[in-house]
Ligand binder design. Structure first.
Ligand code: 5AD
Ligand code: SF4
Length: 440
């Protein structure tokens, strides 16, 4: 069995949100720092880290099927399996009991201890670490070394909002902000390592604070780094939006014209039952203020359909809100009861067929608006940050300031800022004509 000796190669598989992607990168850096090698694509790894998501039921089912698949495929020599992320936090003990193939379980606030746990697991000592120490993790991690043109930087973790459907306050803990100077340093290192764009991440990123400084202050400080060209942030909560953040969209040219602001529902009764503490109107007024500051801002949101007790009329309110906003993109989900959350115990859970039908209608409305937004961009001239090669030879793929995927043909390389004219729009991407590239 491979478990009986220390693993030499690893693979980190991240599910769920961008914060998990960031955590996955940091785990990979940590393991590489301790002398392990990332297993090349297509090769089995001695250690597989499943960096899991607990937000919806389907995400959890995936973890157990992945564990089963890894154990089966490994035959006589299964890899060491580490379960990290939010499922680890929420169900650590249960995983250990249910899945004997799992060597260790480590929560999202404890993964800096991964190397020690791997060493113990290699000796046959299975362990779970789901401690939630504040900020200890970041200080214990090795510093960043390499970066693609677009990098993530977690600035805030956890959530104090307790929306009644959501597990995040339980799996990621209370809201904490990382300190300003450490973040500035990490941003600097990312830029030195090749990042041209940084996306600041947090469950409630706009609740970030250090002393008197809020997220707008952090954005403006990071914007001063020469070489950094674009800043984004996600995910924001309507109740933590400040005047300063709205103004930053007017004042800071490196801050991209894009806002992901989840609303979840267009019905005030449902919003109250969700404990969202904002109304549909209040949300629309907030968006107006962002639009005033930055008229071309692209808007994105999250929606849940079929929250317990949601009526047809209440769902129609959500469709109306979508019509009123005209999203550039949005995510929508069927409500999924999560163990331990207040909504899971509510009466009148909505039948599955009703949820299916509502989700289809909502997604059709969102797709319609996304296509309209993309079509309205045709003839615009904009910069595209080149992130990778396209499928066809000579083709490149990158993002517009409004986070649209843009492909174009011509002389360029990864990390370039390409000036393009948008000439054709589809629902999920646009075609650009190259005018000029500025080398990275
Ligand atoms: N069921 C369905 N969707 C959920 N989300 C969070 N919890 C649930 C749940 N229990 C969605 C919300 C949130 C996004 C990250 O996931 O829309 O904004
Ligand atoms: Fe979950 Fe609500 Fe916190 Fe977002 S704000 S992470 S939906 S509890």
């Amino acid at each position: 069995m491979r478990q009986s000796r220390a693993p030499q190669t690893f693979r980190v598989k991240s599910f769920g949100c961008q914060m998990n992607v960031y955590d996955g990168e940091r785990m990979a850096e940590l393991l590489a720092d301790r002398g392990m090698r990332a297993a090349p694509e297509g090769e089995d790894a001695d250690l597989v880290v499943l960096n899991t998501c607990h937000i919806r039921e389907k995400a959890v089912e995936k973890v157990y099927s992945d564990i089963g698949r890894l154990v089966k495929a490994g035959g006589e020599t299964p890899p060491m399996i580490a379960v990290a992320g939010c499922v680890a936090q929420a169900e650590g003990e249960e995983i250990m009991a249910r899945a004997p193939g799992v060597g260790l379980v480590v929560g999202p606030q404890a993964y800096h201890r991964l190397p020690e746990m791997i060493a113990r697991a290699a000796k046959g000592e299975r362990a779970a670490d789901t401690d939630m120490p504040a900020d200890a993790k970041f200080a214990a991690l090795p510093s960043r070394r390499r970066s693609g043109p677009s990098a993530f930087l977690t600035v805030q973790e956890g959530c104090d909002k307790f929306c009644t459907y959501c597990v995040v306050p339980y799996t990621r803990g209370a809201e904490i902000s990382r300190g300003f100077s450490g973040l500035l340093r990490e941003a600097e290192i990312l830029v030195e390592a090749g990042a041209r764009e940084i996306t600041l991440l947090g469950q409630n990123v706009n609740a970030w604070t250090d002393g008197a400084r809020g997220l707008d202050g952090l954005i403006k400080a990071i914007a001063k780094l020469p070489g950094l060209q674009r800043i984004r942030y996600t995910t924001s909560h309507p109740n933590d939006v400040t005047e300063g953040l709205i103004r930053a969209h007017a004042e800071e040219p490196k801050l991209m014209p894009f806002l992901h602001l989840p609303v979840q529902s267009g019905s005030n009764r449902v919003l109250r039952a969700m404990n969202r503490s904002h109304t549909a109107d209040g949300y629309l007024r907030l968006l107006d203020r962002f639009r005033e500051a930055r008229p071309d801002i692209a808007l994105s949101g999250d929606f849940i359909v079929g929250f317990p007790g949601e009526t047809n009329a209440e769902f129609a309110d959500t469709l109306r809100l979508v019509d009123a906003v005209g999203y550039a993109q949005a995510f929508s989900f069927k409500y999924s009861p999560r163990p331990g959350t207040p909504a899971a115990a509510m009466d009148s859970q909505v039948p599955r067929e009703v949820m299916d039908e509502r989700l289809q209608r909502l997604q059709a409305a969102i797709n319609r608006d996304q296509l309209a937004f993309n079509k309205a961009s045709v003839d615009r001239h904009c910069d595209v940050l080149v992130e990778r090669r396209g499928k066809k030879p000579g083709q490149w793929l990158g993002k517009s300031p409004w986070l649209q995927s843009v492909f174009f043909e011509g002389e360029a390389t990864i990390g370039d800022m390409a000036a393009v004219e948008l000439v054709e729009a589809g629902p999920n991407s646009l075609h650009g004509r190259l005018r000029e590239t500025v080398a990275a």
